[in-house]
Design a protein around this ligand. Structure first.
Ligand SMILES: CCCCCCCC/C=C\C/C=C/C(=O)SCCNC(=O)CCNC(=O)[C@H](O)C(C)(C)COP(=O)(O)OP(=O)(O)OC[C@H]1O[C@@H](n2cnc3c(N)ncnc32)[C@H](O)[C@@H]1OP(=O)(O)O
Length: 212
């Protein structure tokens, strides 16, 4: 599920609630869609902060659902609808943002990480690809070589390394939700930030070739 709360500064706080790591179960995916739609349709809401309950952002796809057929809304349109939102959406990353959890954060317009947070795309360790936007959004954000490193090794990075790589906008040792809310308030009313285009690869003897 996802809990919807109004917080000061004309913001909505969306909290993923699926213990122990707020994984993206059917109910969480549906909850994101419902609460985002509520925030976007309320003219009094100027921005959104997205976080996870118990100071854990999101551990990714819910591995407890892997045994059965996929049900409910798919991750890709769920995340695309966040990216397309005309109000700024800021991820407050505490604990972990792994796999689909990091892909969810990448679909947000800004990312704040707590200093102890760990981020990564460990799908490769499960024989999967980050197929919910990670293979597109991460290279656009941090470049192809750094993104390939994270995608092919599945290694986790600290908040400080994520900041250095450009995955997150700011690291805090305080409450990431408060810092995210401050940022959301400061950019509310502005056009949503978009990711840079994919870099152009130059291959010897071939014309410049754009990845898409
Ligand atoms: C045509 C187009 C088709 C497109 C198809 C698109 C499909 C989409 C494809 C990919 C999208 C995304 C995929 C993923 O996200 S895969 C999952 C990625 N996440 C992980 O691999 C995280 C795995 N977990 C961990 O690394 C660790 O558990 C931890 C770092 C989150 C926490 O570590 P620690 O503090 O040491 O605790 P535990 O390991 O003991 O775990 C605690 C508790 O949490 C449960 N748990 C952990 N992760 C998950 C999860 N992802 N889902 C559900 N539950 C999780 C774990 O089982 C423990 O539970 P307990 O034993 O009951 O306490």
């Amino acid at each position: 599920m996802a809990r919807y709360t109004r917080i000061p500064g004309s913001l909505a706080l969306i909290t993923l609630t699926n213990p122990p790591v707020n994984a993206l179960s059917v109910a969480v995916r549906q909850g994101i869609i419902d609460t985002m739609s509520r925030a976007l349709s309320d003219p009094e809401v100027k921005g959104v902060v997205l976080c996870g309950e118990n100071r854990k952002f999101c551990g990714g796809a819910d591995i407890r659902e892997f045994a059965g057929p996929m049900k409910g809304p798919h991750l890709v349109p769920t995340f695309d609808s966040i990216e397309a939102a005309e109000k700024p959406v800021v991820a407050a990353i505490e604990g972990v943002a792994l796999g689909g959890g990091l892909e969810l954060a990448l679909a947000c317009h800004y990312r704040i990480a707590h200093v102890k947070a760990r981020l990564g795309l460990p799908e490769v360790t499960l024989g999967l690809l980050p197929a919910a936007g990670g293979t597109q959004r991460l290279p656009r954000l941090i470049g192809v070589p750094a993104a390939l490193d994270l995608i092919t090794t599945g290694r986790h990075v600290s908040a400080q390394e994520a900041l250095k790589l450009g995955i997150v906008d700011r690291v805090t040792d305080g409450d990431a939700r408060e810092v995210a809310a401050e940022l959301a308030r400061s950019v509310s009313g502005q056009a949503s930030r978009t990711l840079p285009p994919l870099p152009v690869l130059r291959v010897a003897h071939l014309s410049p070739f754009r990845l898409n």
